[in-house]
Write a protein that binds this ligand. Structure first.
Ligand SMILES: [Zn+2]
Length: 396
């Protein structure tokens, strides 16, 4: 990798890591930084600000506006660092042993830094088809921030032909990931002194019935459900991950909150699984609670959802990604990404390919191998070459 390019990547990554963009904070300073950087090459992006006015995504087009192009997509938010034993300041980039350390280096400011570092090359090329940057926010809290952008793209007169989401895959071409649907159930019971237990409605015990049912169905999915052996866990998974209720030993609890999630193989399977559980609880548990006390019951709330990604291995975008990545294989991963939303919301074929390993994501002393960033720069270099030679996904 050319020395000045490596230097540019390093500087951009250091700057990006320096912005504390944990998902509960504003990302506007970081977006302004990117805008200023792009402006130095005469490029302006389009900001989409959210309802709070505190967060924005950025849509950038380099090359002919009236031609379908290819998207490089990444999120700007990172996960929290609290209660993690970091060796140094998580928001100061440190280079050590061929690695860059810092929050977001692998997930996924490393990718964003490489995309930005390649902007001079993209800008200088005679592109037949445009290269877009889609920079989002609030990915780590349920792939939220990319959605308004995708709603716009779905209505755009000229739609991109494909998208590369740069989540860390060690530059492997990822054609599938599971979907996810999360539900919060709040059980409203009736409290009383525990010596009078039969006259109360025990919210914790009713919640326990639902927890047991979730567990029973999880076991059933594991043994009888569909399988896809390309995943580490080949079947749909289901679990209760949060349960909170009760205040004291001698009080019948009047409230219990539990959260459960499904991670499903098919496009909509996660939601089908959780919908069936909600329906079961409404039919089997809620009537018992109501019978004891009409005001008791269960409130259900969707807390998170994204569909599965399932791109056909013979899709031209997969072939192009392999060509750009210089490899012939593809895979599937169990973590979710914004890729499936590009497909489901905007009908844009998308694969996941990015530098670094998911192993280091969300952990203390998160790092990315510098060699991974060079590989990513090579991928984008070949993408630029493709877009100067061709007007579509294939060489035809
Ligand atoms: Zn990520």
């Amino acid at each position: 990798m050319a020395d000045d390019r490596a230097q540019r990547i390093r500087q951009l990554l250091a700057d990006l890591v320096g912005f504390n963009t944990v998902s509960d904070r504003s990302n506007l300073p970081l977006i302004a930084y990117i805008e200023t950087y792009l402006a130095s090459f005469g490029i302006s992006g389009r900001r989409l600000v959210d309802d709070t006015g505190q967060k924005a995504s950025l849509w950038v087009t380099i090359g002919p506006e009236d031609t379908p192009g290819l998207v490089l997509s990444g999120h700007t938010d990172v996960v929290p660092v609290e209660r993690q034993p970091w060796t140094g300041d998580p928001f100061t980039l440190v280079e050590r042993g061929g690695r860059f350390y810092g929050r977001g280096t692998t997930d996924m400011k490393g990718f964003v830094a490489v995309c930005l570092a390649m902007v001079p090359e993209i800008r200088g090329a005679k592109l037949k088809m445009p290269i877009h940057l889609a920079i989002s926010y609030d990915e780590e809290v349920g792939c939220v921030g990319v959605r308004p952008l995708l709603r716009e793209l779905s209505r755009a007169p000229v739609k991109p032909l494909g998208c590369f989401v740069g989540e860390p895959t060690q530059m492997q071409i990822i054609i599938g990931h599971k979907g996810k649907h999360g539900v919060r159930a709040t059980f409203r019971g009736k409290s009383c002194h525990s010596s009078l237990a039969p006259s109360g409605v025990n919210a914790v015990e009713y919640a326990a019935e639902l927890i047991a049912e979730v567990r029973r169905r999880a076991a059933q999915l594991a043994t009888e459900g569909e399988r896809d052996e390309m995943y580490d866990v080949a079947h749909t998974t289901l679990l209760t991950s949060v349960a909170q209720g009760g205040t004291a030993l001698n009080i019948v609890p009047d409230e219990c909150m539990m959260e459960f999630e499904a991670r499903g193989l098919g496009m909509n399977e996660s939601k089908e699984v959780t919908d069936a559980i909600v329906a079961w609880a409404k039919a089997e548990i809620e009537p018992q609670m109501r019978k004891a006390e009409p005001s008791c019951g269960i409130d259900f709330e969707e807390i998170l959802e994204y569909p599965a990604l399932d791109v056909k291995p013979d899709h031209p975008l997969v072939a192009l990604a392999k060509q750009l990545g210089g490899r012939n294989s593809h895979g599937k991963v169990s973590f979710g990404t914004e890729a499936s939303l590009f497909v489901s919301m905007a009908d844009i074929p998308t694969v996941v390919v990015g530098p670094g390993s998911i192993e280091q994501a969300h952990k203390p002393d998160e790092f990315v191998e510098i060699s991974e960033l060079s590989k990513c720069a090579g991928f984008i270099e070949r993408l630029i070459a493709h877009c100067t030679q061709h007007g579509g996904l294939t060489a035809a």
